[in-house]
Design a binder for this molecule. Structure first.
Ligand SMILES: N[C@@H](CCC(=O)N[C@@H](CS)C(=O)NCC(=O)O)C(=O)O
Length: 211
């Protein structure tokens, strides 16, 4: 039995963690959680939020994509995906920026809601266009979150840019497109995509066909 159990659905943010696990390169077992089982008692025992992804590693459960990426980089240092000392400021700063302000800004915009101008000071991201502009400037000036080296922060920050952009929820800024192309060229990204697309195809094939 592998040390890491990965709870996911291939049509979810679990794609981020599949990619991270493929970057890490250690054995893991996948448990696919169908959406109609996501609030089952057995899965709520793993994640009381009833959401995927989650991992269990040596009896410890970790949820939240950003935390899982940081955790895996930490416990598998041989993959060199965690920050060096001089990279820690950027690594933590942008990991948390993507999981907090950016996630909230992009989700609210996706459902058509914007912070009223006179309430911006109450919200961690304040203004969606500014949240995007800050990321645009960052990736106009560097190739990766920590400069010129890929780290676990790129798995998460990159996903938070690529997935909304793919669904038309984020503008196709040149800096984002160049960053996406760099990330999608990675072997681990390609492997992860192939595995998840394979599971989706199997799930579709297993569905009862209309008579
Ligand atoms: N903050 C969580 C979000 C997880 C999340 O929202 N997962 C969605 C799929 S992308 C889910 O499980 N939805 C099922 C539900 O809420 O019933 C993370 O970063 O991992």
């Amino acid at each position: 039995m592998a040390d890491v159990i990965f709870y996911t659905n291939p049509q979810s943010r679990g794609r981020i963690i599949r990619w991270m696990l493929e970057e890490v390169g250690q054995p893991y077992e996948t448990e696919v959680i169908a959406y109609d089982q996501i609030k089952s008692e057995s899965f709520l025992a793993v994640n009381p939020m009833g959401k995927v992804p989650a991992i269990k590693h040596r009896g410890h459960v970790v949820t939240e994509c950003a935390a899982i990426c940081a955790y895996l980089a930490d416990v598998f240092p041989q993959a060199s995906l965690g920050p060096r000392d001089d990279e820690k400021a950027d690594y933590y700063r942008w990991l948390f920026y993507a999981a907090g302000p950016a996630e909230a800004a992009f989700s609210n915009r996706a459902v058509g809601w914007e912070v009223p101008a006179d309430k911006e000071r109450m919200f961690g991201y304040g203004n969606t266009d500014r949240t995007i502009a800050v990321l645009d400037e960052l990736f106009s000036l560097r190739d990766y979150v920590c400069g010129d080296r890929f780290t676990a922060a790129d798995v998460y920050v990159g996903s938070q840019i690529m997935f909304p952009m793919q669904f038309g929820m984020l503008p196709e800024k040149d800096s984002f497109l160049r960053y996406r192309d760099r990330l999608q060229a990675r072997d681990a990204y390609k492997r992860a995509t192939e595995i998840d697309e394979g599971i989706i195809a199997e799930m579709k094939a297993a569905q009862p066909q209309p008579a």
